[in-house]
Design a protein around this ligand. Structure first.
Ligand code: BTN
Length: 268
């Protein structure tokens, strides 16, 4: 896998994401692996595993990662920006994943706010971004960006709870998915382009995000500490926050991480 992937990566002199690459057969979590390497890891180091035994999702959930069925990839970034500019990085990553999928498949994914990548109303990919505390760096801390893409699962592979809300590339294509190395190379190329543009090129990523955002213009149910409230998703602002108009007519700005949002007519 490592050799095939290295051969597929675009050879840019300025390349940072994926210049250093580690492919593992099995690991607890590719995010954990990068965190263990900590300060010694070079900027842009990518870790990819064929299987994760303790894959992690957002809000403490687990991310089931069976051998060979998905792309499990994490990259370590040392963004040169103020810490408060890091907020948009996960949303940028969602755009990069959409572009990568589109490059290697005849599919055009959308995004469910804040950063689930969606096909046919179901979740194709989840992203877990974690900040590493490193007080020595002065500026922003290093960041671990973890990406999990469903690639070759069939409905029965997801299990009865996950199947109604998850989809793989094989299901969406109705046929064989791209090879893992081909998909991984496209994702790493798009992440490298993202990293080169971050944070100055925000307007272009924001425009693409807004175009792909399936939450916008739809009724939503917002869950805050388990309490549901219904409203209308009106706007994504310059920091990728979602503005919702409640039934009372009042508007509120929602930040990723503080709430979870569901469509009223299904998952999206
Ligand atoms: C989510 O949707 O809740 C985020 C899922 C993120 C899963 C990826 S797979 C690679 C990396 N390693 C992990 O343990 N998690 C992320």
């Amino acid at each position: 896998m490592q050799e095939e992937l290295e051969a597929l990566l675009q050879r840019r002199a300025q390349r940072r994401v994926g210049r250093a690459l580690r492919c593992l057969d099995r690991v607890d979590s590719t995010n954990n692996e990068l965190k263990r390497l900590g300060g010694q890891a070079p900027d842009g180091l990518a870790v990819l595993a064929l299987e994760q035994t303790g894959g992690r999702g957002r809000q403490g959930r687990s991310f089931v990662s069976p051998a060979g069925q998905g792309l499990y990839l994490s990259v370590l970034l040392h963004p040169r920006c103020a810490p408060q500019q890091l907020g948009g990085l996960t949303a940028w990553t969602a755009v990069a994943v959409c572009r990568a999928v589109q490059r290697v498949c005849p599919l055009s994914p959308g995004i469910k706010w804040p950063n689930d990548v969606i096909l046919a109303g179901k979740k194709l990919c989840g992203i877990l971004t974690e900040l590493e505390n490193n007080p020595q760096t002065g500026g922003a801390s290093p960041v671990v960006v973890g990406i999990g893409i469903n690639v070759s699962q069939r409905e029965s592979d997801f299990g009865p709870e996950v199947a109604p809300v998850a989809i793989s590339l094989a299901q969406a294509l109705g046929g064989p998915p791209p090879r893992l190395a081909v998909l991984a190379a496209a994702v790493l190329d798009e992440l490298d382009a993202l990293y080169a543009a971050f944070p100055a090129g925000g307007a272009e990523y924001l425009a693409d995000y807004r175009q792909r955002c399936l939450t916008l213009g739809h009724p939503v149910q917002v869950l805050r500490r388990g309490v549901p409230k219904e409203g209308w998703a009106e706007e994504i602002d310059g920091e990728f926050a979602l503005w919702v108009r409640w039934k009372s007519g009042q508007r509120e700005r929602l930040s990723a991480g503080e709430v979870s949002v569901r469509g009223l007519l299904g998952y999206v």
